[in-house]
Design a protein around this ligand. Structure first.
Ligand code: HSE
Length: 321
C-alpha cells in the first residue's frame, strides 16, 4: 500500500524540567503539560513561511531564520537538501518565556519534528536532536540538551556529552510524580548562567557527582529513598535562589508536605519537586503555590507523572484519508 502523503500535521511538544537539581546541563525530564503546538502544511512558494504565532504577546519574530522553531526546521531542510520545499508554519505558544519550563526548547523540537513528519519522516526522533539543538541555541546562545532531549524523546534523559549529543533515556519509576510551580516573574537563561562561577572547588564537584550518581541509580532502581537523598544541588541552586522570591520558604513548604526533593527547574523561576505518588505531588504543589501567593506572586501549578512520550502528533491530515 502507498504511504499516505501528509498534507498537514499538528504536533505538541511538552514542557521540561532541566538540571533536576544535581544534573546541571546533563539531566532533564518531560512533563505532560503545558507545552507548545505547531501546525505545518505544504505551501506553493519555496521556503519556510511562519504565517501565524499565538500566545507570544507579539514578541516572537516571524522571519524563519530568526525564530527558534524556524531555525530548527530550516536547519533540518538544509541538511536534507530540501530548501526548495514550500512549508507553512503556525506556532501556538502555550507557556511563558523565561519560565524555566523549556519554552524555547519546546518550540525548537516542535518545529523540527513537525517538518520531518510533513516531508515523510526521513529522520528518527533521535536524529532530529542536532537540529532542535540549533533552534534552541539560537534563542539562549548556549548549547545544552537538558531541555531539548527530554522534550524530543520523552522520559528522563541523561546527557553524557552535550558536544557529542550522547544521550541516554532512563526508565522512570512507576509512581514518580513531579509538582512544578511557575511564579509569574521572568528570568533570562543567559542571566542565570552568567551568575554561576566559572570554576568550582573540588569538594563541590565531588558532592555533586555523588548526588548525580545517586539520583541516576535511584531512578533506575526505583529507590525513592536514594532519589530523596540525592536531589541536592551545591552549584547552581545556592547562586540562583536569590532570583526567586522566598525560594527557601517554598523549599521548606515542599519538604514538609512530603516531597522527595525540591530545586529550581532549569534556570528558573519555576521550581519543581519530585514526589512518590500523585496525592503527595498535589499537596506539595499547593504548599509551594501558597508561599508564592503570599509574596504576592501569581503562580501556576503543574502536577504530572514523568511524560514518557515527548513530542508527538496530535492531528494529521493526509491526501488519502
Ligand atoms: N541547564 C540549563 C541551565 C537549563 O540551567 O542554564 C536552562 O533551561
Amino acid at each position: 500500500m502507498l504511504k499516505e502523503a501528509v498534507q498537514e500535521v499538528r504536533v505538541f511538544a511538552p514542557a521540561t524540567v532541566a538540571n533536576v537539581a544535581c544534573g546541571y546541563d546533563v539531566l532533564g525530564f518531560a512533563i505532560d503539560s503545558p507545552g507548545d503546538e505547531i501546525v505545518v502544511r505544504h505551501h506553493d512558494k519555496p521556503g519556510l513561511h511562519i504565517t501565524s504565532i499565538t500566545g507570544d504577546d507579539g514578541k516572537l519574530p516571524k522571519a524563519a531564520d530568526q525564530n527558534t522553531a524556524g531555525v530548527a526546521a530550516l536547519d533540518l531542510l538544509r541538511h536534507l537538501g530540501m530548501t526548495d520545499r514550500g512549508v507553512e508554519m503556525e506556532i501556538h505558544k502555550k507557556m511563558p518565556f523565561g519560565s524555566g519550563l523549556g519554552s524555547s526548547a519546546a518550540s525548537a523540537v516542535a518545529g523540527a519534528y513537525a517538518v520531518n513528519k510533513l516531508i515523510g519522516e526521513p529522520l528518527t526522533k533521535q536524529q532530529l536532536l542536532p537540529f532542535a539543538m540549533a533552534g534552541e541555541a539560537s534563542a539562549d546562545g548556549a548549547w545544552h540538551a537538558d531541555n531539548v532531549a527530554p522534550c524530543l524523546l520523552g522520559g528522563i534523559v541523561f546527557i553524557r556529552s552535550n558536544e557529542e549529543l550522547d544521550v541516554a533515556q532512563l526508565p522512570a519509576p512507576d509512581n514518580l510524580w513531579a509538582a512544578v510551580v511557575h511564579p509569574d516573574i521572568e528570568i533570562l537563561t543567559k542571566v542565570a548562567r552568567e551568575i554561576l562561577p566559572k570554576d568550582i572547588p573540588v569538594t563541590n564537584a565531588t558532592q555533586q557527582i555523588g548526588n548525580l550518581g545517586g539520583l541516576l541509580c535511584g531512578i533506575i532502581q526505583s529507590d525513592y529513598g536514594l532519589i530523596s537523598r540525592s536531589i541536592h544541588d551545591v552549584i547552581a541552586e545556592p547562586r540562583r535562589q536569590k532570583l526567586i522570591p522566598d525560594f527557601y520558604k517554598a523549599k521548606r513548604a515542599a519538604m514538609s508536605a512530603g516531597a522527595l526533593g525540591f530545586s529550581i527547574s532549569g534556570a528558573g523561576p519555576s521550581v519543581f519537586a519530585l514526589c512518590e505518588g500523585e496525592e503527595i505531588a498535589r499537596k506539595v504543589g499547593d504548599a509551594v503555590s501558597k508561599v508564592f501567593s503570599a509574596v504576592p506572586l501569581e503562580n501556576q501549578i503543574h502536577v504530572s507523572k514523568i511524560n514518557p512520550l515527548g513530542v508527538h502528533v496530535v492531528e494529521e491530515k493526509s491526501s488519502n484519508p
